[in-house]
Every structure is written in C-alpha cells, then in structure tokens.
Design a protein around this ligand. Structure first.
Ligand code: UD1
Ligand code: CA
Length: 488
C-alpha cells in the first residue's frame, strides 16, 4: 500500500505558461498539444508539476485557447486555465494569472508548457534550493553548449546573480555567456505579485519580461539565487519539429532505461518506442522495430516483436506477439499472435490460443487452446475451447446493414475455406466440410457440408484447350497410362 508522502517543499501554486503561438511548429495543432510518448507537451509538464503536490495548478492559455482549454478540461480537471488574450510577454502572463486568481501566498513555481523533458525531481531540487537559501526568487539555469536565443544569467565576481539579460538586449560579452535562463523560477508569491506589476516594456521586444522581476527584487534588497540543472537537456524547450523529435527520443530512451532497470529486455532500444503509460513486468522481452502505445501492459515472459505495434493491449505471461498490429486486444497466457496478424478492438485470445499468419480478429473471443492459424477473418464471434479454424475461413458477420454474431462451440473443427454466415452456430465437436458456406446451425457432433458436388468431364482439356502446355502434359500422362495398362 502506498501512503501519500508529504512533500516538504510543496508549492502554493505551479503556473504553466502556454499562451504562445509556437509558429515554428508550422502546424494546425497548437504547439503544446503535440505529443511525445503518448502524452501532449503540456500534459508532460503538468505530470512533472503534480509530483510536487502543488495546492494550485494554473495553465496560461491564449493562442488556440478553445483547443488547448478543451484538452485541459479533459485531461487535467485539476488545472485551472487562465486566458491571456494578448501575449504581451512572460511577465504579463504571470500578472494576468495573479489578477484573475488573486495574490498567492507561499512559493509560486513558474514554468512552460513546452518543456516535456523537465523532471519533477529537478523542479523539487529548485524548490529545496529556494527554501534553504531563503530566496525571494530562485531561477533554474543551465550551462548549454549553444546559448543563442536564451536569456543569459549575469553574475557578479562573487558569483551572485545580478540579472537576466535577453539575447536581443545583450551586449556581445553577455552573449558569450553560456549559463542560460531555463524560464523556470520559484518565487515568493507575495513579492512576485507586487514586483510583476512594476515590470516595464522598455526593452528590445517591447514586452513585459518576467525576468525583470529578478532585478527588481534584488535592487530592493531581496535574496535572488540560481539553481543549476544537472542536465541541460531537461530545460530545452520544443519550438519546432526537429526539437519535438529530439524530445521524443530522449524521453523514449528514459522510459526504456527505466523498464530495462526493472527487468525488461529491450533488444534494440534504438528501434523500440514506448508511451509513458505502458507497463511491463520483469522478464518481458521486446524485440526490434516495436511500438508499445497507450496503456499497453505485458506480463512476465511475454515476447513482443519484432515488428509489433500494440495499442492499449494486454499481453499475458509467456505470450508471443510477432509482426502484428493489436489495438485494444487481450492476449492470453502463452498465446501466439502473428507473424502478420491484426487484432482489432475486442479481440480476446485465451490461454495458448493462436492467431497466426494473415489473420484478422475483431470483437471476438477465441477460447483456450483454440487456433486460427492462417488467412482468416474472425468478426463478432465467440469461439469455445479447443476449436480449430481451417485456413481461409471467413466469419461473414455483415449483411450490408447489420452485424451478426457467430458461435463456434468447444472442440469444433472448421474446414478450410468455410464461410460462416452469421448469425449461425456450430455445435460442440461439430465439423464443417472444407469449402462450405454454412448458413444453418450445425448440431453438436454433426458435419455441415454445404458445397456443390464435383463433376469431372474426362479429356475436356484435350478438346477445349488443344495445343496448350496443359493439353501436352495431359496427353503425355494419358499415353503413359495407356501403355502401362496395355503392357501388363
Ligand atoms: C524566455 C525568457 C528567456 C529564457 C527562455 C527559455 C523572458 C523574457 N525570457 O524567452 O530568458 O531563456 O524563455 O526558453 O521571459 N508565453 C506566454 N505568454 C506570453 C509570452 C510567452 O504564455 O505573453 C509563454 C510561451 O507560450 C512560452 C513561454 O512563455 O511557452 C516562453 O515564451 P517565449 O516568448 O518563447 O520566451 P523566450 O523568448 O523563449
Ligand atoms: Ca521559447
């Protein structure tokens, strides 16, 4: 049982800035709604923020606010959306929040909606530093190899933080500095509320810079500090699709490493992609070129891949899933799927059941030890245990208007190339003859034969296909047969 652990540095509020347009994404989708590893950028930030147990969670929205607001209402009902109608700068965004929700006493953490790599523990580290140093504001900084575009941290000879200077306002000497402002800060809420009102727009961009709060507070004699992030990659935001792909790669690697440390074998971490909600038990093996999406869960000993794409699918212990696409499917213990199988929503395989090559199963239960090995469509059906379905069987579930169910009971044997025209039932232990179109129930133990009797027309090919290779082959065989018959 897990007891909620009290967080000694829980902030009074986390404010996530997400009003900007994100023009460099060149997208119809608002930037913060782009996804990496099964979660939108803003939801990644909110997940990290929740690890701090904040009393309030606020997201500033502006550009595409109907879409972003609608998304948040769905995924994060605990977050309050505040609309910033015009994006007049990061300082203006925070001022807008405080005007709407009122002054917040206690620590206020400000961060962005486009930094999905920022970890909860890094934010906690910032809060601890902020509390221990008794600061009015503590900024999260990082030493980066390419600081262009970021605000630079200006320190005095003793190393104390003086101010943050934006790229566009910086001198060449300041631009050479590699310690940058991540845009994440812990503030004393009361001091922030007062100082943010006094931020001017007297700068190269004519914006209200939140960064100015630092120098305002310092000049008034308050303590201003910085916390340097251990890994600068965490503070890198997503501004275009190149950075989106980079964030996905880093996050995916992080998730895979956690799975590997917990006992999962990932044969080729470069070609395996997982979503954040995926859960894997120890001794699961994931082979190359595999994607595990949504709430996919695999139990111990399961082997997934190569070439599998599983979404919201449960894989039982010891099951094998190769070259398959599975969506909202349930795969039983030691069951086998693929190669080249498609399990659609509602497909459920029992213990040691099989869905083999070129098999599609939808909204159907396949009982324990039942096998659907080759070239078959199973739709809207219930198969009992120990059923064998011959190659090329089609469960004809759709009459053009409605879908109907087929039932195949325990131990039944469906001959190859059977069409089962639903609604229809094949009884316990019953057979269908190969090539049958079954549209009437087959009682237990009976065989349903529903195909035309064969008619054979002797020497048809010699007459009607004279001069072909077939005719020549037939002629040779018939001549040999005659010789043998006359010779003995
Ligand atoms: C900001 C910082 C800079 C820092 C950088 C880190 C300021 C003045 N500068 O610069 O020092 O190095 O972030 O990435 O703060 N936003 C709003 N409303 C606004 C303006 C911005 O919600 O009116 C949001 C944006 O959606 C974005 C974030 O705030 O998520 C940062 O805004 P942006 O304009 O990109 O700031 P930068 O110029 O990158
Ligand atoms: Ca930015």
């Amino acid at each position: 049982m897990s007891v909620p652990r009290p967080n000694p540095v829980s902030p009074a509020a986390v404010i996530v800035l997400a009003a900007g347009e994100g023009t460099r994404m060149k997208s119809q989708t608002p930037k913060v709604l782009h996804e990496v590893c099964g979660r939108t950028l803003v939801d990644h930030m909110l997940a990290a923020a929740r690890e701090l147990d904040p009393a309030q969670l606020v997201v500033v929205i502006g550009h595409a606010r109907e879409l972003v607001g609608g998304h948040l209402a769905e995924t994060s009902p605990d977050a309050r959306a505040v609309v910033q109608r015009e994006q007049r700068g990061t300082g203006h965004a925070v001022r807008t929040v405080l005007e709407e929700v009122g002054t917040i006493a206690g620590t206020v953490l400000v961060t962005y909606g486009d930094t999905p790599l920022l970890r909860g523990e890094t934010l906690a580290g910032l809060l601890v530093r902020h509390a221990e140093d008794g600061n009015a504001v503590t900024v999260l900084t990082a030493e980066v190899p390419a600081p262009t575009g970021y605000g630079r941290i200006i320190r005095d000879e003793a190393g104390a933080v003086l101010e943050i200077v934006e790229e566009k306002d910086a001198t060449p000497a300041q631009r050479a500095l590699r310690e940058i402002n991540s845009g994440v800060y812990a503030f004393d809420g009361l001091l922030l509320a007062d100082a943010v009102k006094r931020v001017s727009t007297d700068n190269a961009q004519g914006e209200e810079y939140l960064t100015d709060v630092l120098s305002i507070l310092r000049e008034e004699g308050h303590r201003v500090g910085a916390h340097v992030a251990a890994d600068y990659v965490e503070v890198e935001g997503v501004n275009d699709r190149v950075q989106l792909a980079f964030a996905r790669k880093v996050l995916n690697r992080r998730l895979l490493e956690a799975h590997m440390r917990a006992g999962v074998t990932v044969v080729d971490p470069e070609s395996v992609w997982v979503d954040v909600q995926v859960t894997l038990e120890p001794d699961v093996t994931v082979f190359q070129n595999t994607q595990l999406r949504g709430a996919t869960h695999a139990e111990t000993g399961a082997e997934i891949g190569p070439g599998a794409t599983l979404t919201d699918t449960r894989v039982g212990p010891g099951a094998k899933v190769r070259n398959a696409v599975c969506e909202s499917a349930v795969i039983g213990p030691e069951a086998q799927v693929g190669p080249y199988a498609y399990l659609r929503p509602g497909a459920e395989l029992g213990v040691r059941a099989k869905a083999g090559t070129f098999v599609e199963i939808k909204n159907s239960t396949v009982g324990d030890r039942s096998k659907v090995p080759h070239l078959t469509y199973v739709g809207d059906a219930t198969l009992g245990v120990d059923v064998n379905v011959g190659a090329s069987t089609v469960f004809v579930n759709y009459d053009g208007v409605d879908k109907h169910r087929t039932t195949v009971r325990d131990g039944a044997f469906i001959g190859c190339d059977t069409s089962l025209v639903a609604p229809v039932t094949v009884g316990d232990g019953a057979y269908t003859a190969a090539g049958s179109v079954i549209n009437e129930d087959v009682p237990p133990g009976a065989i349903g034969v529903a195909r035309a009797r064969q008619r054979t027309i002797e020497k048809w090919v010699l007459r009607r296909r004279a001069g072909t290779k077939s005719a020549a082959a037939a002629q040779k065989a018939l001549a040999e047969q005659e010789q043998q018959e006359s010779g003995t």
